[in-house]
Design a protein around this ligand. Structure first.
Ligand code: SF4
Length: 453
């Protein structure tokens, strides 16, 4: 499977809690399109983390947009608003954009306290006929990064039954160890390996134009973040947006380490756009969407020669590293804490930065390893269920750690003791051992210790 979709143009504030549920709504529409004539009622149940932090993450609204067949890429505030007006004012849901059903938000959208067994982020959608007999039902799991699986798909995956179906590839890269072996054998760096891997699914032109569009969108999001007219982020924290004024201040600074403030600015501007529910690039999640662009903007604005070719190499490397986390661990805060989101993003950015600055695959994997090693144990405790505190600042720290890790790996003379696969496994085990209070439930940590809430 191609790794291009580790980076996706989506909508904030959360890939697992906003983008994923919206996609689940789209997928459900595909399943019931032919049954529309018989459908008289719909019921949606949110479970686990989707229920506990769903309101702050706009999960309830995202699923309604998805069921109206709105697609993330074409969303606009007007379309989003129109769907919500119909639901809340007219008590109607336009299923698949084709059939109006009576819909009572208080009764037909249920926030359950239960967790379903396969993943922390679950939702169930059922449709009923005029006699109130259920005619179709599907359970979806939003597994992180905007990826969604049905109950059957996830069950198969957990039982390891999915692998025989995968098509045989000339290059397959299940983990970092295999990536290093292939790079050594072919004299490639990680970007070249990732490129050759992607050519099994896409043309050269598709890979290049996809990567350039992703970076273009990241820059657009940054621009929007520092030019916004909104003074505050939505939600009960009433959090003041900082990027706009920070952008005016950093340019006046004569501090020799003022460059750190630029990196923070890039990350905060993008993460604030996400917190505001605007368009962002999922990288590899929405909560962590500021890390990769901040490191890329650092390279573009504060080093020389960051060309389009380097943009493509950066993103190819980052997506390859991200795929190791996705395949062998998790990129979901609800499954493994913030180490899986900000930690994975930082690791991706570190390995990618090292690569475009000339590191071989071993040094780049060491950069990626270090960036994750020093995020291990990081919990997910979004205050008031909003992707704002601690998420926005955390993007800045993730970017700064990535840059430090890349620089340390490139100048290192000793042989590292910890391999990238070791730290990926450790992150996952740590995440599985982590108390559920610290996995995007807002039941522990800062979320319960801030008096403002
Ligand atoms: S604390 Fe981290 S994992 Fe949790 S919502 Fe915020 S950015 Fe995502």
């Amino acid at each position: 499977m191609s790794n291009l979709n580790i980076f996706k143009i989506g909508v904030g504030p959360s890939s697992s809690h906003t983008l994923g549920p919206m996609l689940a709504g789209n997928l459900f529409c595909k399943k019931v399109e032919k049954l529309l004539e018989n459908i008289a009622r719909i019921e949606i149940v949110l479970y686990g983390s989707l229920s506990l932090t769903g309101k702050g993450h706009l999960t309830d609204k995202a699923i309604l947009w998805g069921l109206n067949d709105l697609k993330a890429r074409n969303l606009s505030p007007d379309l989003q608003e129109a769907v919500l007006r119909q639901v809340f004012d007219d008590k109607k849901l336009n299923l698949c954009g084709k059939k109006d059903l009576d819909f009572d938000y208080e009764k037909d959208l249920i926030f359950s306290k239960d967790f379903l067994p396969l993943h922390e982020n679950a939702l169930k959608i059922s449709v009923f006929d005029a006699n109130d007999e259920r005619i179709y039902r599907e359970v979806y799991y939003s597994v992180g990064g905007g990826f969604v699986k049905t109950e059957a798909e996830l069950e198969k995956e957990k039982l390891g039954k999915e692998k025989p179906k995968a098509r045989k590839l000339a290059i397959s890269i299940p983990n970092a160890t295999e990536a290093l072996r292939l790079c050594d054998e072919n004299g490639w760096n990680l970007a070249q390996l990732s490129y050759n891997y992607e050519l099994q699914f896409n043309t050269k032109e598709e890979v290049r134009s996809y990567c350039l569009e992703i970076f273009e969108t990241m820059q657009e999001v940054y621009y929007n973040g520092i030019h916004t007219k909104e003074e505050f982020l939505p939600g009960k924290l009433h959090l003041k947006r900082r990027a706009k004024t920070l952008s005016q201040r950093v340019h006046l600074s004569t501090d020799p380490i003022g460059i750190i403030d630029f990196i923070s600015l890039y990350a905060i501007a993008v993460a604030e756009e996400n917190g505001g529910g605007a368009k962002v690039v999922t990288a590899p999640t929405n909560g962590a969407c500021g890390v990769v662009p901040a490191v890329m903007l650092y390279l573009k604005n504060h080093t020389t020669g960051f060309s389009d070719d380097m943009v493509v190499d950066f993103l190819l490397t980052a997506m390859l590293i991200g795929s190791f986390y996705k395949k062998n661990a998790s990129i979901s805060g609800a499954e493994a804490g913030c180490q899986a989101e900000i930690g994975s993003a930082s690791s991706m950015a570190a390995g990618a930065m090292a690569t475009v600055l000339g590191a071989d695959a071993h040094k780049a994997c060491n950069a990626a390893e270090m960036a994750m090693e020093h995020h291990l144990g990081l919990t997910c405790d979004p205050v008031a269920g909003l992707v704002q505190i601690p998420c926005i600042e955390r993007n800045a720290f993730g970017a700064i750690k990535a840059i430090s890790a890349a620089r340390m790996a490139m100048t290192r003379k000793s042989t590292p003791k910890v391999e990238l696969d070791d730290v990926i496994r450790t992150m996952y085990e740590t995440g599985k051992d982590m108390n559920y209070k610290y996995k995007e439930t807002s039941l522990g940590g800062l979320a319960t210790n801030l008096s403002v809430c």
